[in-house]
Ligand binder design. Sequence first.
Ligand SMILES: [Zn+2]
Length: 408
Amino acid sequence: MPLSPRVPTEVQATPEQEIAQVASLVEAQQACEWLRAAEPLLRQWQVELARVPAPPFGEAARSLWLAEKFRSLGLDEVRIDEVGNVLGVYPGQTSGYIALSAHIDTVFPPNTPLEIRQEGSKILGPGVSDNGAGVIAMLAIAGALQATAIHPSQPLLFLGNVGEEGEGDLRGMRHIFSQQHWLDSIVCNVILDGAGTDVIVAEALGSRRFEVTVRGPGGHSWSDYGIPNPIVVLARAIEAFSRATIPENPKTSTNIGVIQGGTSVNSIPEQASMRVDIRSTSREEIDRLDRALRLALDQSLNESMDRAMLTSEIMIIGDRPSGDLPADARILQVIRAVDKHLNNHAHIQRASTDANIPLSLDREAVALGGGGRGGGAHTLQEWFDCAGRDLGLRRILLSVLALAGVTE
Ligand SMILES: [Zn+2]
């Protein structure tokens, strides 16, 4: 008996067809045109933004600046939350937000001179690219949507979050996902961090950082000889911890980055401390090395003649969870298809970004650059070149529209 041919009732569009369809919409084309034409305005905003200080744990002035911009761009429900995150909504027809975010903090301490200047297509000064490029890209998308009145099916959450850098330890993004409301309603996350169009961060590098302190009574190197020495205890612990097995796969690393203690050559120190960084693509490895560090310290303390005279403390000063985007994730298919459509070449990268938080919760998230080119991140010589920025902006716009769906 011949087999009857199977006729699909509904032909599923490939991601490529989907992107071509979104890109062909008149409103999408107008939005892309707006992004190109808005470049002088975007530069002006970027200079303005970089002149507003946003040191770690001191982002308040920049939160106010961004909230004002969100309002002037017509976003709904603009507010600053308890930790300083700035939120705004571009409405859609259904529920479930596509979150578009950029961190607003910098690594620069308060009182860093923010001398921002322009040279041709370049903007120079601390924070212009990381994360001036990301924040401006986010504002550009809000501006383009508003100017062309595109109606996405799903609403967009615009988020300028605090605390991404260093000891901020992702506190802004962590705060968002600690709330059941956002946990339930954010469908996927497009995170804008730094410049460029050549990277898709889809893998979250986890890390845990410690400050380890050993304290003793201290004393004179001659007359109190025999009192346990915290530097020696710490040194023994370092030696033991350094012998822990570090696998190549999953890629893992440890580092003792800072060591301090003691006051003079002829004093038994009262304290010694170190800072330890453990990184791995696997949470199990981070947990294992965390235990190894504690064990090494414990053994070293026990080897001291007078253990009772010593105290110790291990403080976690950073904890960024790891996570991976599944290879068949929708967000990845969409961005791949957008890159193909724009003839843009990008590779998958593992990094530590705001995406660590949603990825560790098995949510779809990627981090992308805000277009243009940048360099000298985390230095006073930082720069951003606006030339060709609109490729990056179109890439973000098409991705977000495809993810949210567009009704004609
Ligand atoms: Zn950054």
